[in-house]
Design a protein around this ligand. Structure first.
Ligand code: ZN
Length: 147
């Protein structure tokens, strides 16, 4: 078998890292919404403070946070540094897997790493929500509060 050209390897690696970054963005959404009993599909991603639907800049993993300087572009509420950290962690896990193991099985190991980050972060989100609920009433009561 002829080894692939380096430019092809770089393009495949960049694509895999991009997919991992986007998965990190979805993990943040799932960790925020699932503990509240909300859908991960609808409504579209929005600011919990002012309700503005997020645009393409807001939704860019890591870069969106940096461009917006960690705040909502409309109301200025802080976004929280955990969002870009989780996204960067997913991208870094995929990058490390692909660099060390090559596109295959690096993609598989990278994907498994991103899923592990997702399970851990969503689990932590549930724990955080439950603790918040126990301070202010039952978690089920807290789950009905939106914004
Ligand atoms: Zn806002």
């Amino acid at each position: 078998m002829i080894p692939p050209e380096p430019v092809v390897l770089i393009a495949v690696g960049a694509y895999l890292v991009l997919v991992a970054l986007l998965m990190g963005s979805f993990i943040n959404l799932a960790a925020d919404r699932l503990p509240r009993g909300e859908s991960v599909v609808r409504p579209r991603s929005h600011c919990r403070s002012c309700g503005r639907v997020l645009d393409a800049i807001d939704l860019m993993p890591v870069c969106g946070y940096l461009i917006r300087r960690g705040r909502c572009a409309t109301c200025g509420v802080p976004i929280g540094v955990s969002s870009p950290v989780v996204e960067a962690l997913c991208g870094a896990a995929m990058l490390a897997s692909v660099v060390v193991l090559g596109p295959w099985p690096g993609a598989l190991v990278g994907l498994a790493s991103v899923v592990a980050v997702g399970v851990a972060w969503v689990g932590f989100g549930r724990l955080r929500w439950a603790m918040r609920g126990s301070r202010r009433g039952s978690p089920s009561d807290a789950g009905h509060r939106t914004r």
